[in-house]
Design a binder for this molecule. Sequence first.
Ligand SMILES: C[S@@+](CC[C@H](N)C(=O)[O-])C[C@H]1O[C@@H](n2cnc3c(N)ncnc32)[C@H](O)[C@@H]1O
Length: 321
Amino acid sequence: MMTTQLPVHVPVLLQEVLDNLLLPPGARMLDLTLGLGGHAEALLARADAQSRYLGVDRDPVARQLAQQRLAGDPRLSVLARTYEELWSDAGFLAWRAEHASEGFDAILADLGVSTLQLRTPERGFSFRDNGPLDMRMDPDHGLSAREWIAEQTDESLANAIYQFGEERASRPIARAILGALQEGRLETTHDLARAVYRVIPREPAKRKGHSDPATRTFQAIRIAVNGELERLGASLEAAIEQLRPGGRLAVISFHSLEDRIVKQTLRRLAGIYDGPGRTAPVELPRILKLVHPGGIAPSEAEASANPPSRSARLRVAERLP
Ligand SMILES: C[S@@+](CC[C@H](N)C(=O)[O-])C[C@H]1O[C@@H](n2cnc3c(N)ncnc32)[C@H](O)[C@@H]1O
C-alpha cells in the first residue's frame, strides 16, 4: 500500500538542463527517466504546440503521478519501460516512426532514484523510515533486496558492497547481513541498517559532514537490485544514436561510479582517448562534442536548498552531423 502523503521530488539542475537542451520549433524530446515529470513540465513549458515529448520510466507510481501532473498535455506520451530495453522495443519504435522519424532534438537522463522512491517507506529504499526490504524501482519485476541478498554468498555480497558502495568494511558488513538473514532478523530496512551498525556503530549525534554508516551499503544493494550500472554506458550510446545532428543529450548522475561511466562513454564518443599510453591504438570515431567538458555541478544555492542535489553532476553532449 502506498502512502497518501507523497513526498515531493524537486528536479535537480533544472535551469542548467533548460539552458543546455535546445528546443527548435516542433522539438522532439525523449526523457529516459520521467520520474514525477518535473523536468518534463519545465521543458514542455518552453516547447511549442507542435513539439512531442516521450517520457519513459520503470516505476509505475512515478508514471502515474507524472501523467496526473501533466494531464491533458497532448504532446506527452508515456512508456512503461527501462531505458536499457527501450531501443528495440516495438512501442518505442512505433512512437519514433510516427513522431520522431528524423531523430530527437533533446534527450534527458536524470539517473538514480527519486525522492518519492527514497521517502516512501513501503518501497524499502530508506534506512531512516522502516519498511520491507525491497528497493525495486519497478516493484512488479525482479528480486526484492531481501530476495537478492538471500541469493548471495559472503564473497559476492562483500564484492557488491565494495564495488557499488565503495565501502571499505564490505567483508564484515556482508557477514553481519548474512548472519542476520540466517537468524531470521532481516526483513526490514531497519534490520539491514542494524546489521551495518554492528560493524560501524552509528554516532549518537550525527556530526556535520558525516553520513550515516548505512548509506554506502544501502546504495550498493540498491544499485545491484536494480542493475543500475550494468548497461548504462551501452544505453547512453544507444541514446546518442537517436539524436539528430545538433541534438543534445543531458545526463545527470548522482555518484562517482555513475558519473565515471557517463564521462568515459561521452569522452570516447567525442574521440578522446583515455586508455593507457599517449595515443589511441586506433583512431576513435568522433560522433559528438562535449558541451561542458568538466560537467556542471549545482550552485551553492541549489545544494543548500535541495540537499539531494549536492552530489549531482550534469554532462551535456551534442551530436555532430
Ligand atoms: C531522479 S528520478 C527522475 C526525476 C525527474 N527528472 C523529475 O524531475 O521528476 C529518476 C527516475 O528514473 C527512473 N529510472 C531509474 N532507472 C531507470 C531505468 N533503467 N529505466 C527507466 N527508468 C529508470 C526511476 O524510477 C525514477 O523515477
